[in-house]
Design a protein around this ligand. Structure first.
Ligand code: 5AD
Ligand code: SF4
Length: 450
């Protein structure tokens, strides 16, 4: 019987996609996927380093997997951003880990699984060869992530990503288009172009041009992308939202804070006025989402009030908000505690501010969703179980509904009930049928934890 692997994925879409590539590399070396860590010969933890909490999750997961190793000899590997950040130190802290591999070493996973070791070299140049997706592992799925670029050249003072993912390297556009065409061939209908900073893409054309080229792939229904830095938002990209019909009306454009003084300390390179001027150019109907950090070093009551005032006048469709977490190798950590400007914010106060931000957004998101009750929305079906269907609206809102559509169909859903996280309703019609009627059960590749 083939050896079995299980991948536990933390963090962002980049990691989800990397887990899929590692699963494919293992499959090529004769490994098969399994549903649970308990039945695996190899457990691979793909980690996130963005906040301390994410790192803590790694160590508590490893604690569980260690017991499996003791009882059945399971091999344990650690991949992703914490692997890149900690390198050999990880083996000192968790000596039962067999191997450690960084995000640029995905293809090495089968060798490392056999031999053990630490591979965290990264390839920072145009010589980097992006791992090609095996379209077969996306068969039966309606959506797929497609890597457009990797790394980040910004220097935001809170962020560990330039350290864990290296410098920006763009993937040549012809390779991206080929991959998308192959995915469409096995039934994929929506692609999300991913990268730490996709709108600074430079793989032979601009990001706006890349979107227009993707739009020419026959059979593709929906295009999305994430994530973007406000300073790289070009007028051409804004034009895409007006002109490219298959580009979905959703834009995640993290602002991080509503006070200029905090943005300066964060080294974000824009002012709130510039940010507001840019989003004002977007066509009406584009759902705008963002990230906010509360309790950044030195954040005063007045800066927090400016943050709330900004959020009150900016109508985000939804918002991810976090408490600042000091990260190794970052500018803010170096300055943390040096004078009042960089004073550490007590956790209680940061939490209180976070709650205020979240309460404001919660009310707004609830209201936005409630306004959809009684309307019809367009949904791409991603999952089907009995009569239950799941998918996302054009604006990227999750929708649960009853119907008989196939995975991959685009349907009309009448919205009956709404909540904070999703809409509930009933299918009222099929707008566009998936070209494939055979739907294979979704192959298990990875478990994802937020
Ligand atoms: N502390 C808290 N939040 C952070 N983010 C990035 N680094 C940190 C940090 N050190 C948030 C930012 C980013 C999102 C992915 O995570 O808001 O946009
Ligand atoms: Fe993704 Fe950043 Fe977390 Fe790495 S640290 S997994 S790039 S969110």
């Amino acid at each position: 019987m083939a050896k079995r692997y299980f991948i536990h994925t933390f963090g962002c879409q980049m990691n989800e996609s990397d887990s899929q590539r590692m699963g494919e590399a293992l499959a090529r070396a004769g490994w098969g996927p399994t549903e649970t860590a308990e039945s695996a010969d190899l457990v691979l933890v793909n980690t996130c380093a963005i906040r301390e909490k994410a790192e803590d999750k790694l160590y508590s997961a490893l604690g569980r997997y260690r017991l499996l190793k003791a009882s059945r000899g399971t091999r344990i590997g650690v991949a992703g951003c914490v692997a890149q950040q900690e390198k050999e130190k990880l083996l000192q802290r968790a000596p039962y880990v067999d191997f450690v591999l960084g995000p640029d070493q995905l293809a090495r996973v089968p060798d490392l699984a056999e031999q053990g070791g630490v591979e965290t070299g990264w390839v920072d140049s145009e010589e980097y060869v992006f791992p090609q997706a095996d379209p077969q592992s996306s068969r039966g799925r309606a959506t797929a992530f497609v890597t457009a670029m990797k790394g980040c050249d910004n220097v935001c003072s809170f962020c560990v990503v330039p350290y864990t993912r290296g410098r920006e390297v763009s993937r040549p556009y012809a390779e991206i288009i080929r991959e998308i065409a192959a995915l469409v061939n096995v039934g994929v209908r929506e692609v999300t172009l991913i990268g730490q900073n996709v709108n600074s893409y430079s793989g032979g054309c601009s990001f706006a041009d890349l979107i227009r080229r993707v739009d020419e792939v026959p059979g593709l229904q929906r295009i999305r992308f994430t994530t973007s830095h406000p300073m790289d938002l070009s007028p051409e990209l804004v034009r895409c939202f007006f002109e490219v019909k298959r580009l979905m009306p959703h834009f995640h454009l993290p602002v991080q804070h509503g006070a200029d003084t905090v943005l300066t300390r964060m080294r974000r390179k824009y002012t709130i006025a510039q940010y507001e001027a840019r989003i004002a150019q977007l066509p009406p109907g584009v759902a705008l989402t963002s990230d906010i950090i509360c309790g950044f070093p030195g954040e005063t009551d007045d800066e927090h009030a400016q943050n709330l005032a900004f959020l009150r006048r900016t109508h985000y469709d939804s918002l991810f908000s976090f408490i600042y977490s000091p990260r190794p190798h970052t500018g803010a950590l170096l300055k943390l505690g040096s004078g009042t400007e960089w004073a550490e914010i007590p956790r209680e106060l940061a939490l209180q501010r976070l709650e205020e931000v979240q309460a404001l957004q919660r009310a707004r998101t609830l209201q936005r969703h409630a306004a959809l009750t009684g309307t019809e929305v367009e949904v791409l079906v991603e999952n089907a179980q009995g009569p239950k269907r799941f998918g996302r609206t054009r604006e990227n809102v999750a929708a649960h509904f009853e119907g008989d559509a196939q995975v991959g169909d685009v349907v009309r859903v009448s919205v009956e009930k709404t909540g904070l996280m999703a809409l509930d309703g009933t299918q009222t019609g099929i707008l566009n049928q998936a070209p494939f009627t055979e739907v294979r059960p979704r192959r298990h590749l990875a478990v994802v934890s937020a």
